[in-house]
Design a protein around this ligand. Structure first.
Ligand code: ATP
Ligand code: MG
Length: 390
């Protein structure tokens, strides 16, 4: 049987001139994501995207599941194709949707004609196919107002398609359509969620992790790579940058006032993130900061840490409650990894009484004791790059 996957595009259909660029990006993202399920012909036509298996070896169930996580798609459905003939359509509906028709208590048929040369109106076609289905499945009532199953018939350019009720897609915009960012990924709960949220707005992400071996363990690094891998479901493949951070933290510990440790460290993170962003064509820095959650996430603290870069700092979870963030983390499948008990570099050398209302000049004075530029360069020279894919 000629079984295909039909995806409906979301917001990008509204995007006027950008439409073809967005659509091209979506099609190429789908191609990448479905590579491991076999060979497919994937193309866009009339604001839908068609995924056609090229041979029987394709894993259609796997491909269907993967399509549910692709941003820029509002609905996903398995559909079967046939020639544009009313009897061929009705016969296909009977066999292809036999299970769904038997299980549902009620149904209706809805027809859409984007090929206006088809000799029946949508209503006529729906009535015709509905009548034959009703004869074939007498226990399933016709209900045009609130049916359990909607059988959809679409008359498109190349063929007619029959399908049942579509499943909601991931929404959002195609990853890469809105540029690229550096996303600071710790091993915590918040930053995987913020990475997911920014990706959903059509942004490609370069995850950056600051690693303080041996104060933080190899397991802590593996945990971050696992999180990144879990995120590829939504973000596509990514190159994680692991930045050695031990020397910077030791220098701060040895030479600066304790109450400023965390803020000084975060200013280094931002400076390095800025450099990496410039290197990789990223236009913003994303963090999992959340207002008031910890001492380093007051408005004053964010002001002094943000002062070292003129790139926008995007904080997708800034206004969410922890419980709300956890709900998203569970939904996207990162929560269980995030709560593994490995420490983060932020919890190494934490001050007993961290400053919550820091002044910029105090941090600048404290940094006089450090070779800021040398430390940044040393870290950048030793960045480890790890490609993660599903
Ligand atoms: P999370 O749950 O994301 O770890 P958090 O509440 O623990 O957040 P912090 O540890 O203060 O908050 O970190 C705030 C943000 O700074 C993180 O969300 C992340 O974006 C970034 N960050 C913290 N530690 C690191 C790290 N080791 N590497 C990269 N980014 C980090
Ligand atoms: Mg953290």
């Amino acid at each position: 049987m000629n079984d295909i996957i039909l995806l409906k595009q979301g917001e990008i259909v509204l995007k006027g001139l950008n439409r073809s660029r967005f659509e091209g990006r979506l099609v190429s993202n789908i191609k990448h994501r479905l590579e491991r399920f076999g060979k497919f012909k994937i193309y866009a036509l009339q604001s839908a995207i068609y995924v056609e298996p090229k041979d029987d070896a394709c894993d259609m169930d796997g491909a269907f599941e993967a399509c549910l996580d692709i941003f820029g798609v509002v609905s996903v459905t398995r559909a079967a194709a046939c020639e544009k003939d009313k009897d061929a359509i009705a016969a296909l509906a009977k066999t292809y949707l036999a299970d769904a028709m038997t299980q549902a208590k009620s149904f209706k048929v809805e027809s859409k004609r984007s090929d206006k040369r088809f000799p029946m109106t949508s209503i006529q076609l729906s009535q015709y196919v509905g009548g034959l289905l009703s004869e074939a499945f007498p226990d399933t009532a016709v209900d045009v107002h609130d049916p359990e199953l909607t059988v959809t018939v679409e008359i498109r350019d190349l063929a007619a398609y029959v399908h049942g009720t579509p499943v909601p897609g991931a929404g959002g915009m195609p990853v890469g359509a809105n540029g690229k960012v550096v996303s600071l990924l710790s091993g915590g709960i918040d930053s995987p969620v913020s990475t997911y949220m920014i990706a959903k707005r059509g942004v490609e992400t370069v995850p950056v992790h600051f690693f303080s071996f041996p104060y933080t363990s190899m397991q802590a690094k593996e945990k971050v790579l696992t999180l990144a891998k879990e995120l590829t479901r939504y973000c596509g493949r990514m190159d994680v940058k692991i930045v050695p951070f031990t020397h910077i933290q030791e220098e701060i510990r040895d030479k600066c006032p304790e109450d400023l440790f965390t803020l000084l460290m975060r200013r280094f993170m931002m400076r390095i993130a800025h450099r990496l962003a410039v290197q990789h064509g990223c236009k913003a820095i994303v963090t999992g900061e959340n207002l008031g959650q910890v001492a380093s996430q007051t408005m004053e603290a964010m002001a002094v840490t943000g002062a070292v870069t003129d790139l926008p700092i995007l904080r997708p979870v800034i206004g969410m409650d922890k419980e709300e963030i956890i709900t998203v983390a569970r939904k996207i499948g990162t929560f269980e990894t995030s709560i593994l008990p490995y420490e983060d570099c932020c919890t190494v050398f934490t001050p007993k009484h961290p400053r919550t209302k820091p002044r910029l000049h105090e941090l600048e004075e404290a940094e006089q004791a450090l070779d800021v530029e040398g430390l940044i360069q040393e870290a950048l020279d030793n960045v480890e790059e790890v490609r993660v894919r599903r």
